[in-house]
Design a protein around this ligand. Sequence first.
Ligand code: HEM
Length: 413
Amino acid sequence: MSVLDFDLSDRDFWARPMSEREEAFERLRSLGTPAFFEEAEMAYMPKGPGYYALVRHADILEASRNPEVFCSGDGGATNIPDMPAEFAEYFGSMINMDDPRHARLRRIVSRAFTPKMIKQFESDVEAAAVGIVDDLLAKGPGCDFVTEVAARLPLKIICDMMGIPERDYQFVFDRSNIILGGFDPEYTGGDLDQLAERLLNAGMELQQLVQDLAAHRADHPTGDLTSSLVNANIDGERLTMQELGSFFILLVVAGNETTRNAISYGMRLLTKNPDQRALWLEDIDGRAPGAVEEIVRLASPVNFMRRKTTRDFEMNGHLYRKGQKVVLFYWAANRDASVFDDPLRFDITRHPNPHVGYGGPGPHFCLGAHLARREITVMFRELLRRVPGIEAGKPDRLHSSFINGIKHMECTF
Ligand code: HEM
């Protein structure tokens, strides 16, 4: 990049302080046209042709509304380089597909993933949050908020929904950390040349876990999601074992690594903004919906998704050529001052709050948004009621361009 003094494809950029990231994206939003970046060299993927960074709210909305132009399937949405073929077995689920295949899968799984199904788990979410706060109080101040609080709720809920026993929680957690560990040595083992192998292994192990469970549920169904999915027969359509495996991987990864970070960022935001905590404490239930949306806006746990153009297309004054890649930076759109007044301010009463933390309006809008909102609401309700003064220390951030993650964060109360 000639005019910019930073490069989004440089790994080190994503380890810089958040204030520098804010400035860089503000700069990108202020450009008249989307900036183009070369792709990074990666050990296990051929270098691609580069990508446009979409950072404005209006661009992300329009790209999301035109999925037949900005597709997810040609090389994948969860990665900037095209996904190598051997990865598709484990990571090629519906998030990386277009209609009609995407619609077919989403139809099958959303029949199982209904609000009614989620309602069934509501009391489990509440009971789990109570247990987590009981343990926090028993442990006392000084413990790691991420591992002791934020990570536990989504992990337990997604595993319970799927029917995975408690003894396998840690196994699932460790593998989902590897899959979304970015460049972080704590999860990648430090050797990025070995990363492809580690990712494939983690995918294979999770797939094996769900396929074993599914084989059992086929003959002994229970009320869990695995039973519904394995026995789902929508207009004569069923999931194949491979589809079930990759959907399960998508669910555990998407369900764990996102909600956990929203809860951790939420704790940090409350610590930094005592006025907003006081406001929330005045009416814990009444202010929860606004507060939870505002947490997801500022946390933007999923930083971006990628698309590829299927034809030439002009959008907001820029002509995209067929076959070009664009990266939708949700995190940046959620800070667009033309949509959000004083965008860096944490304001739990912000209204309207048309953030794109769960994706833009289109076929890939987060399937778990309803569940995530529920989990974040219940976790904070429990914390604010029983540990109202809890505060978070400095976050130890995940080194990743894809996930805005916090690995560890001490808490005091
Ligand atoms: C705060 C928490 C969460 C955030 C910020 C989040 C974010 C997102 C985003 C940005 C997308 C859009 C992908 C795209 O544009 O291509 C997405 C899709 C998806 N999310 Fe979430 N998510 C969260 C929680 C969850 C949970 C709890 C689950 C499931 C248990 C889940 C399952 C999914 C699935 C299956 C998709 C793919 C949908 C499709 O391609 O049709 N997410 N999520």
